[in-house]
Design a protein. Structure first.
Length: 401
């Protein structure tokens, strides 16, 4: 039975990196359970940024950086997408001079500054006993750093790329691939009407699950993923063959944003780098579309095949969560509370082979989770491959890390 009259301590929650549907249900699940178990819950704003912006003065107004969560607050947002705590791609150990808070600029004047000491002091200032960061491998990697500094951290994996090691599933993935499948099927009517190639660029910097799984589900004829450098002529030949055998004379390819041409490099929108060292990806779909159009006469009896090119981008991360991203966050939130009640920390909650569990949080930085090409990708057909569904996890190809 819940111990609602006891003050057991304070739990802090933050969300970092890109938003996904399912974060608000997770925040709600943690908060309601924690309050009923006798904990106070504090929501930290803008991911790790909130923990460097705090002014350690009892008279200071820090309401922009953190606030106490109640059932009323979390219930309002609990069924919606995004994160009402807001988010950022802040990395406190690598803060550019321009992002150093005003009250700390006299102390930190380098081009890149490690503000971890400030984070630790701020956690102590607001009285955090347990910290629950929700994010991908970037956000959680800093959680590992705080764990090594002695902070009681419990991670919750979140990313539509589904590439956090140690878990088959990350919050946001199901809604992402559901949207990709829906939007790809919707675009078929236009592709068929004009008898064109349909090139759709989807998320996936280093892992190709968001292209692979929808292709497996029948959303596309072919897919190109970051784990394998593709040959554009091979892709064009395959798509031309697919188009000729389709009564409506069109074919579809899903292109991961991190996919690379054979001998080429990732395509970026600009040169700006975030605090985790990543440039903003985007544009490989444009290049694929252009080259397919240019070389298509070689495989189509000298006649050019035109292309419909669509980047789905934020369309697959906005809006409300689907059923899986409404249920898994509730489980993950309660798993985190179970660990806290057992006085266990330094863990990340997980879902492996259909069973909820937890793993050491260090797994986030100890390995990479990408598609196993030998097992799951046919490099001759540029398609997913699988030998059996027996005893595989829900999304079939996401169990290796």
């Amino acid at each position: 039975m819940a111990n609602i009259n006891k003050n057991k301590g304070i739990i802090g929650i933050l969300t970092g990196g890109g938003d996904v549907p399912g974060l608000n249900p997770a925040i709600r699940a943690i908060t309601i359970r924690a309050l009923r178990e006798g904990y106070k819950v504090i929501g930290i704003s803008r991911g790790w940024a909130g923990l460097i912006d705090i002014v350690r003065d009892k008279k200071a107004d820090n309401s922009e950086f953190y606030h106490v969560l109640t059932e009323e607050i979390v219930n309002k947002a609990g069924r919606t997408g995004g994160t009402f705590l807001h988010t950022s791609r802040t990395r406190p150990s690598h803060v550019p001079a321009i992002n150093v808070p005003k009250h700390l600029k006299h102390k930190y004047k380098d081009a890149s500054n490690n503000l971890t000491a400030e984070v630790l002091k701020n956690l102590d200032f607001i009285g955090i006993d347990y910290l629950i960061p929700m994010g991908g491998d970037d956000t959680l990697s800093y959680g590992v750093q705080l764990h090594n500094e002695g902070v009681k951290v419990i991670g919750i994996p979140k990313t539509m790329d589904n590439d956090v090691p140690g878990t088959d599933y990350c919050i946001g993935f199901s809604t992402c691939i559901t949207r990709i499948i829906e939007m790809t099927h919707a675009l078929r009517t236009t592709a068929g009407s004009h008898e064109r190639f349909l090139v759709i660029e989807v998320f996936g910097r280093y892992a190709g699950y968001t292209a692979l799984i929808p292709a497996m589900a029948g959303a596309a004829n072919r897919c190109v993923i970051p784990e394998y450098e593709f040959n554009i002529e091979q892709l064009c030949e395959l798509l031309t063959r697919d188009r000729l055998t389709n009564p409506s004379k069109y074919s579809v390819v899903l292109v991961s944003e991190g996919a690379t041409f054979k001998g080429g490099k990732m395509v970026f929108e600009g040169k700006e780098v975030d605090m985790f060292g990543h440039k903003k990806l985007g544009g490989v779909g444009d290049l694929v579309s252009h080259q397919l159009k240019e070389i298509s006469p070689r495989f189509n009896k000298g006649r050019r095949i035109n292309v419909i090119n669509q980047r789905l981008s934020y369309l697959v991360r906005c809006g409300n969560p689907d059923a899986i991203d409404s249920i898994v966050p509730i489980a993950f939130g309660n798993l985190a509370l179970d660990l806290i009640l057992d006085k266990i920390h330094g863990r990340m909650v997980s879902l492996r082979n259909g069973q909820y569990n937890n793993v050491p949080i260090e797994v986030v930085t100890s390995t990479k989770k990408t598609v196993d090409i030998a097992k799951y990708y046919n490099t001759e057909r540029l398609r997913p491959q699988y030998k059996s569904f027996n005893q595989k996890p829900l999304f079939i190809m996401t169990s290796d890390y």
